[in-house]
Design a binder for this molecule. Structure first.
Ligand SMILES: Cc1ncc(C[n+]2csc(CCOP(=O)(O)OP(=O)(O)O)c2C)c(N)n1
Ligand SMILES: [Mg+2]
Length: 319
């Protein structure tokens, strides 16, 4: 697939933005600045970045409880997201939703979700809506290996298959669902092998290879846009941090962690871009620096923003 230099640089920038945002969240969470729970996307940056790079601005995505990377990859604002994590009035949900409720309709980001597998129904519904309205929008649904064991997976994928809906199911197989390894809940070598039971195509790829994700999800999106229905793309990846910040991960083997750390998607892509002459090391350093400054500003914005007033408690709350 031909891809412009600017796009490649943008993909690098997005992965760095996710990494630095998440590292900062980890730090501020530990310092007690962020309440609730934080599920971080560190290590999985290439999956959201490659998939969203293949989407149009008017396409949809749905996310999970581990949603910061998806928001950033679809073009969300790091200052509004940081303020939301801080519980501030200037945040995406006016400080009342936190990490697991961030949505941005202006960029087609239909929501993070505290309900595992909840996004599968929403992405399928968004694809149905596009089909009924006769647009050629596509919906990309991100979910975990664990979510593929939920009923919504069967319901959503089966419906999309039967009705030929324009949706791409992106399984982020990061090996674990909380403390449970996927090998304890799925007999198949690949979770996406389940797609054949629904009569839809599937592909399993290295989710830490941003170009492989871009190409595989890009082909699935093109298929969906042509009216040829859903595809399942499994991205094999790994989360570096605990399931939540504070999880000490006694269930992971040291060798397994070390092996995956060697497959860090960001330096791998950076090296490829330098070797291909897309970027110099200095250009890449400059991008890293710019993103550091952006995230610093996002933290300052969050710190300096007010909390919502007590009398606003019931505003923005729908039933
Ligand atoms: C319906 C539902 N069941 C259980 C939970 C508790 N829970 C939160 S995250 C999680 C594991 C999800 O694993 P996976 O889908 O692989 O996503 P990952 O955390 O690995 O990104 C579980 C069981 C929940 N939030 N919602
Ligand atoms: Mg998982």
């Amino acid at each position: 697939m031909a891809i412009k230099k600017e796009k490649l640089i943008d993909m690098y920038r997005t992965m760095v933005r996710i990494r630095i945002f998440e590292e900062r969240v980890s730090k501020e969470f530990a310092a007690g600045k962020i309440g609730g729970v934080a599920h971080l996307y560190i290590g999985e940056e290439a999956t959201a970045t490659g998939a969203c790079a293949a989407l149009r601005p008017d396409d949809y995505i749905t996310s999970t409880h581990r949603g910061h990377g998806h928001v950033i990859a679809k073009g969300g604002k790091t200052d509004l997201m940081m303020a939301e994590l801080y519980g501030k009035k200037t945040g995406y949900c006016h400080g009342k939703g936190g990490s697991m409720h961030i949505a941005d309709m202006d960029i087609g980001m239909l929501g993070a979700n505290g309900i595992v597998g909840g996004g599968i129904s929403i992405a399928t519904g968004a694809a149905l809506s596009a089909q009924i309205r006769g647009t050629d929008q596509v919906s990309v649904c991100f979910f975990g290996d664990g979510a593929s064991n939920r009923g919504t997976f069967h319901e959503g994928v089966n419906l999309a298959a039967i009705w030929n809906l324009p949706v791409v199911y992106v399984i982020e197989n990061n090996v674990y669902a909380e403390t449970t390894s996927i090998t304890d809940t799925c007999k198949l070598p690949n979770v996406a092998d389940r797609a054949s039971a629904y009569g839809i195509p599937d592909v399993t790829i290295d989710g830490n290879d941003v170009m492989a994700v871009y190409e595989a999800v890009g082909e699935a999106i093109a298929r969906a846009r042509r009216g040829e229905g859903p595809t399942m793309v499994e991205c094999k990846t790994y989360r570096w941090h605990g399931h939540y910040e504070g999880d000490t991960q006694p269930y992971k083997a040291k060798e397994e962690v070390e092996q995956w750390m060697k497959k860090d998607p960001i330096p791998t892509f950076r090296k490829q871009l330098v070797e291909r002459g897309v970027l110099t090391e200095q250009d890449a350093d400059k991008i890293d620096q710019e993103i550091n400054e952006e995230i610093e500003k996002a933290v300052k914005f969050a710190e300096e923003s007010p909390f919502p007033a007590p009398e606003e408690t019931l505003e923005d709350v729908f039933a």
